[in-house]
Design a protein around this ligand. Sequence first.
Ligand code: LLP
Length: 431
Amino acid sequence: MISSNITIGKNGHLYFGGQDTVHLAQQYSTPLYVMDEERIRENMRTYIRAFADHFGPEAIPCYASKANCFKRIYEIAHEEGMDIDVVSSGEIYTAYKANYPLAHAWFHSNNKTEEDIRFAMYHGVGHFVADSVEELDAIEAIAAQMGIVQKILLRLTPGIDPHTYEAVNTGRVDSKFGIAIETGQAWQAVRHALSLPHIFLDGFHCHVGSMVFGEDVYLRASEIMLDFVAKCRAAFGCALQFLDLGGGYGVRYVESDGRVDIYSAVGELAKHMKAYCAKIDTPLPIVTMEPGRSIVADAGMTLYTVGSVKKIPGYKNYTSIDGGMTDNPRYALYRSRYSVYHANRPSAQADFVSDLVGRCCESDDIIQPHISLPEPKRGDIIAVATTGAYNYSMASNYNRIPRPAMVLVTPERCCLAVRRETLEDLLSNDL
Ligand code: LLP
């Protein structure tokens, strides 16, 4: 099994997070997002412990809630003592409704609207991560109107290509995100930020990309950022106490993917950064990171019911399920790989090869091509593993398909975290 929270029960069914997936499908219907609460907490604790042990107690990682945003996850982040990364008024409002203390929120996004900025300040969001000079000016103007001084980080591009897939490469000089160090624009932005009376420049941020496995990507990014911190401290005499290195490590979707030991990877990073700070003679900032995928991906599984099984002799087979790109657009967007299981008979011989496809009017509505399963029949339950990140948060209503429910499970209990959308929900904005 691709993840240790996926097991086979005594009844031969697939279990996830200690629960029988076939029973979950019967009880809550399908498609169904299942989230393993204990795994979410374990993943959060791993990052929290790694940062506290290696960088010190002030170094608190943030959960990048774009990976999966719903009220209960903010309650869990709060209970575990994790900060949060938010990117829109919608995420801020969800966290607010979950009673998350927004002083511990970090507001990202490359183009915050005036409404977003006002909304975030009104709710007391702790730090903004400003992405451009125009945004600095907008934050300054609204902070002045509100009579506050807003703490910010500046998002910079260190000029690194992490060799992941193109769509999530963001640390390069020509990225739409952040301000480039190489071109001298970052230096000008720092100077400008320091001149604004309602902005307090509290440090820098960078994000080199998602699905990063190679530790040297973070090591190289941290050196470039530390050089810049040291240069700014010397020139402007500012403390720049925070350095946020962006998203977290990659996860395993299929057996051939690498495996990152997050605790020791953070340890290596801390060792490297401490040595580098000693070399360039600057104090180590408070270092943070904002993992999303590696907090929730392996804590999620999606359950589907099989509809038709189409065999085209001499060509190929299709297994159609009752969900698709509306609940998981990642194959259509990125050709993402997934591990797929037959939930009723996971141990039976996997000798039937087919494309697992959805029910949308789109040929690319594929969850995973060319998978081997015990031959499915109508009514069987199929489980797609490692769907906790960027599935529910990227779901759509294409073809007027309601979004699935999400159930949070532990071995002892199941609890609905997001109810299934209804047909009436789909009409709720129509006039
Ligand atoms: N911080 C920033 C500024 C980000 O842009 C991201 C992800 C993260 C943190 C979280 O990165 P993570 O730890 O999850 O790798 N939809 C794509 C992923 C887009 C990632 C966008 N930014 C996918 O499904 O693979």
